[in-house]
Design a protein around this ligand. Structure first.
Ligand code: 13P
Length: 298
């Protein structure tokens, strides 16, 4: 049975992140960045949610939908989320008892329970500014932490000392100068997980969907894109008259590419792999996630 029929039979909805394979983006009911996915997940009207993306996103969707079945086509791990360990987080909390804790959504539920609020790349400065403390523990992405530090008067304390997304981290300044030489008229639009030297040269820094929105608004016709390659599909589909070039052709997240149409069909048929979260953890992790949603919706 095909995906469309299975979806209808099971009253299922397919949500996907901007980085998944193009053919999955084309059949998904909704494709977005981490914030859009969390917002969408908070008002889903379906019995079953099939999510294509990485582990922390699937967890967030399951936490926001405790009564619904959440499935993933395969197990996709975000290496950035793995860089935060419980011991260092608790050590930092002890070291800075007056600091509030803002954790990037790219963290596992077992760590979200220690956060005062969660943030994504599209609302991080806003969430940090809403904290009633001068110091904010922020993790695990050091580059997003630096981006936020430049936009807020609060003291940002990165935890751990050096967490990063390897897909963005490997985009080098050499890649950028080569790309600029090739496309001198292109605007440089990058994700805040890119390193600080790339961010400094960028015309715009935005979340994945923020990049799409910006390119639509811009009068320019050519763009150098500094994020995972999966975003190019939506950029080209939604703006067929504009040109998009990857700053580095190596910006591929292997975990996002693990999902395939065959695996989606199998998941809908068999209803495995289920995303389950310990009830005690889920009931605590939902608090800082909802705080983010509340702050962002105001
Ligand atoms: P966005 O929220 O910008 O889509 O980012 C998700 C992510 O994991 C980037 O690597």
């Amino acid at each position: 049975m095909r995906i469309k029929d299975l979806k209808k039979e099971k009253n299922a909805i397919i949500l996907a992140h901007n980085y998944v394979r193009p053919e999955i983006q084309d059949i998904a009911d909704f494709v977005g960045d981490s914030l859009e996915l969390a917002l969408k997940a908070s008002k889903v009207d379906a019995d079953l949610i099939l999510f294509c993306g990485v582990d922390f996103m699937a967890e967030t969707i399951a936490i926001l939908n405790p009564s619904k079945k959440v499935l993933v086509p395969d197990i996709a791990t975000c290496s950035l989320a793995q860089m935060l360990d419980t011991d260092s987080l608790l050590d930092y909390k002890k070291l800075y008892p007056d600091a509030k804790v803002v954790l990037y959504i790219n963290t596992l539920a077992k760590h979200k329970i220690y956060a005062d609020a969660i943030c994504t790349s599209s609302n991080a400065p806003e969430i940090v500014d809403s904290m009633d403390s001068d110091k904010v523990l922020f993790g695990p992405d050091i580059n997003l932490a630096r981006y936020v530090a430049n936009k807020t008067s609060k003291e940002i304390i990165p935890v751990p000392r050096y967490g990063f997304c390897s897909t963005h981290y490997q985009i080098t300044i050499n890649d950028l100068s080569t790309a600029v030489k090739k496309h001198p008229n292109a605007e440089i639009v990058v994700h805040p997980e890119c390193t600080e030297d790339i961010q400094k040269k960028a015309d715009v820094i935005a979340s994945t969907s923020g990049i799409i929105r910006y390119c639509k608004r811009s009068n320019k016709e050519e763009f150098l894109i500094g994020t995972e390659i999966g975003l190019i599909h939506r950029l080209k589909r939604e703006m067929p008259d504009k040109e998009f070039y990857m700053i580095s052709k190596f910006s591929v997240c292997p975990s996002m590419k693990i999902h395939t149409l065959d695996k989606i069909e199998r998941a809908l048929k068999t209803e495995i792999i289920n995303v389950t979260i310990d009830k005690n953890i889920a009931s605590k992790a939902v608090i800082p996630i909802k705080r983010m949603i509340e702050i962002t919706s105001n």
